[in-house]
Design a binder for this molecule. Sequence first.
Ligand SMILES: Cc1ncc(COP(=O)(O)O)c(C=O)c1O
Length: 447
Amino acid sequence: MNAPPAKSRSETAYLREAKVVPGGSMRAAQWFKPHPPYAARGEGCWVIDIDGRRILDCANNFFSLIHGHAFSPILDAVHRAMAAGTAFGLPTESEILLAEALAARNPRMEQTRFCNSGTEAVLSALKAARAITGREGVGKFEGCYHGAYDWMEVSLDPSPANWNDESGNPASVRSNAGAPESVLRETVVLPYDDPLRCADILRRKGRTLAAIVVDPLASRAGTVPMSKETAAVLREACQRDGILLIADEVISFRLSFDGASRSFGLEPDLITTAKIIGGGLPIGAVSGSADLMSVFNHAEGKPKVAMGGTFSGNPLSMAAGLASLTHYSQSAIQRLNGLGDRLRNSVRDGFSAAGVEASFTGMGSLFRLHLGSANVTGYRTAYTSPEKTQLIRRIQFAMLDEGILLTPNCSGALSTPMTEAETSLIADKLVAVVAREVAGHERVAAG
Ligand SMILES: Cc1ncc(COP(=O)(O)O)c(C=O)c1O
């Protein structure tokens, strides 16, 4: 990206932060060189940085702000909750209301336990599955992100040099230095878009697994919908081998009123959610049938699995989440998903009109850019060489220069304040920026 003017307020802020925070940022995903713009405030689908620049926000705090920024029903609900006190060592009625709202949307979410992040939700669901089945192994799909829990961090970002084991199946690859060998052994890595291989692996290893975790619109693995065939393999293996299916809908819950699983033909035992169900405040949730969720039940003595923390079910997240879901109605979802369909079509048409080799995956209000001619079906076809990763990053910066914020891998999400005006702007700018950056890259490559 073009460097912002020297001594901008964002630059000054970054230089201060770099002294007290490793890497100068709390999250790698929101950092880039020379420094990110620092946010001052948000208004609907716009964020205004501390230098006064207005940016169309397609990152939405990594897809957690379904109603954009400062949505007044959420602000009102939080103000009311806050005025009554921020947290108590007692339950509040607000946690009942949010758990009831989830149950009303999806009968598979009969009971819920809240926590404060998607990571906690997934790790709690996995602990539950291990306690219920008495097994230690877990299955996950290659390249898929499910938060920062050791088993779920296996094979987050393998490369062609290490992604196969000796039989040509996905290997269990360490993502963080120091991850124990035992964790690698206990994690069975599945191919998202190779149902035959997936079935074969599960036939051999299924009986060792407590759970398989699946995000049916795997964002890190390409933001491509899971195929019917892979979904059928999961259903069959779970039924045959007594494996619990955990649908990680931390992002994909937004796809429809009752979440993502049903439209993919999945019948999850446990569902993990976070992000939009917290209305912009920290949240996570594990939901399932009363029978399975009784694993957390402390009312009859020590539960099989303890789940709870200082801010679990805190009234601010509960109030914000309830307002968020209340306004994410069937009609709001339909309108937003329609905008997403039109955006994807218009970007794809734009790429073919401009002769650009790129694709644009996604579903509902979620989208992601891929460069090249490959038909992206999962992690391996979405995989980019370090050189192409840099080009994607340059496109992210160029889009920011045009006033549009995407995530580092050029994915994005729509929010309910957006209209055709914003999605047309995104499509026009994206097609122009990708065409220009790809052409520039090809010129340099041709020498
Ligand atoms: C599918 C999925 N699961 C889990 C998580 C972890 O959620 P959190 O960042 O709230 O811990 C994420 C975060 O992006 C996610 O995308």
